[in-house]
Design a protein around this ligand. Structure first.
Ligand code: ASP
Length: 439
């Protein structure tokens, strides 16, 4: 049995955190492959090493003084090495980095050094072999992740190595130039490694005990989610719930490998399991609630719209012409509404309106701004009668005016539009009815 363990930046921000990680890895011999991030924040006002590296490299690229900033970064690593009483130095590595900064090797190279150096420390600390991600994680010439080549290289490499540390976040193109994933990409590396060694479990260690049913900034001390399916997670993360990089689910999902989100600071908590499917019913009918604010509803009316072929396409073309992606399109008999992000829409408003008039010839268009969308997600809703009824009576009791309802045919989620100012109230009302009163 193999477990791949990925540790986020806050789990590796200093020597003390490293020690916790060491205990976790050593506590279970199945934890054979370790994927570290770069050192994260040690306290609220601290800066992540990745951000320090980006800034330092930007100075190098602009031919400004960057060496003091690089020394600061070196000091952060030295603090960890000394704190762990390890007997080695990264000075030679820093000499190479300095040279490469002078030669302007690129900001991807620069940022990747955060995990590269942390990986070296981790391998020394655990006594595991170090595998440079540049050798095993492959990007194509256009800079897209090459899943097939990576999998065959990595699979062979891991076969030869019982225990290893593989730094997260980066890989390289065939010519050896370093390329990173998008921010938070160590999650993806962990998933790729789990796939390559056909792990039984991918443990993703962070600073929270898994996903919460609702945002703790809105609900005081919300309950955690024990098991969530990949599809539910997709719905919730689309709506803004973030713990895991979105692309991290693809490699493991195909292989049927579950992900367990765990807390380095509370390893005994069971955390959240993310699985392909489960017959375990969620504890509270709904699995989670998430939402986003700042939407505009573009309401388009046209008599006999329901029988006009191609009307929806023409309307959406107006958005496409203006490079605006739409979020939802609830429709009535003679009305068609398009929800878009207010930020994206505002500057292009008049151009979109004239395009709709030109392309679709509507009777009228009316705009409503400052709306929020709340998604109630749960595999349990399908088999439970009255869920929608409960949601709407809770909202009515809380005096929340519902502006839009959209239930996907999968019955996995119900999306409700409310005004921005009712956003928190709506989430509280739904949380209370399902979780607090456990109806
Ligand atoms: N260190 C990188 C970042 O800050 C990648 C990661 O932590 O996953 O985005």
């Amino acid at each position: 049995m193999i477990k791949v363990v990925k540790f986020g930046g806050s789990s590796l921000s200093n020597a003390e955190q490293f020690r916790k990680v060491g205990e976790i890895v050593r506590a279970d011999e199945k934890r054979r492959y370790v994927v570290p991030s770069a050192p994260g924040k040690r306290h609220k006002n601290d800066t992540k090493v990745t951000d320090l590296l980006y800034a330092c490299y930007a100075a190098a690229e602009a031919d400004e003084e960057f060496k003091p900033a690089l020394r600061k970064i070196r000091a952060r690593y030295n603090e960890i090495i000394n704190g762990l009483k390890l007997n080695f130095s990264l000075d030679d590595e820093f000499k190479i980095i300095e040279e490469n900064f002078c030669q302007k090797k690129g900001s991807d190279y620069a940022a990747s050094r955060g995990e590269y150096l942390n990986g070296i420390i981790m391998s020394r600390f655990l006594g595991y072999e170090f595998i440079d991600a540049a050798e095993v994680i492959r990007f194509d010439d256009e800079g897209n992740f090459d899943a097939d080549t990576t999998n065959s290289i990595l699979k062979e490499r891991l076969k030869k190595c019982d225990r290893a540390v593989i730094p997260g976040f980066y890989g390289a193109k065939a010519d050896g130039s370093v390329k990173t994933f998008s921010r938070g990409g160590s999650d993806i590396t962990g998933s790729i490694v789990a796939k390559a060694c056909k792990a039984d479990l991918y443990e993703n260690w962070t600073d929270v005990s898994g996903f919460l049913i609702a945002d703790p900034r809105i609900i005081n001390d919300p309950k955690g989610i024990k098991v969530i399916t990949y599809r539910e997670l997709r719905e919730l993360s689309y709506m803004g719930a973030t713990v895991l990089h979105e692309d991290a689910i693809f490699p493991v999902r195909k292989e049927g490998i579950p992900i367990n989100i765990k807390n380095t600071n509370a390893p005994e908590d069971s955390g959240t399991f993310i699985v392909e499917s489960t017959c375990q019913k969620p504890e509270y009918t709904i699995t989670g609630i998430a939402g986003k604010q700042g939407f505009v509803a573009v309401n388009i009316e046209k008599d006999m719209m329901n029988s006009e072929i191609g009307f929806g396409r023409k309307v959406l073309e107006a958005f496409e012409e203006n490079q605006i992606s739409f979020e939802h399109t609830p429709s009535g008999i003679d009305t068609f509404t398009v929800f878009v992000h207010q930020e994206e829409f505002e500057g292009k408003e008049q151009s979109v309106l004239s395009a709709i008039h030109r392309l679709a010839d509507p009777d009228s268009i009316d705009l409503e701004a400052d709306l929020a969308l709340v998604a109630v997600v749960g595999r349990g809703m399908k088999s439970t009668r009255g869920t929608a009824g409960r949601i709407f009576s809770a909202l009515a009791h809380a005096n929340v005016n519902v502006r839009m309802i959209d239930q996907g045919s999968s019955e996995l989620n119900v999306i409700i539009g409310v005004s921005n100012e009712d956003f928190d109230k709506a989430i509280k009302a739904i949380y209370d009815i399902f979780v607090e009163t456990r109806l």
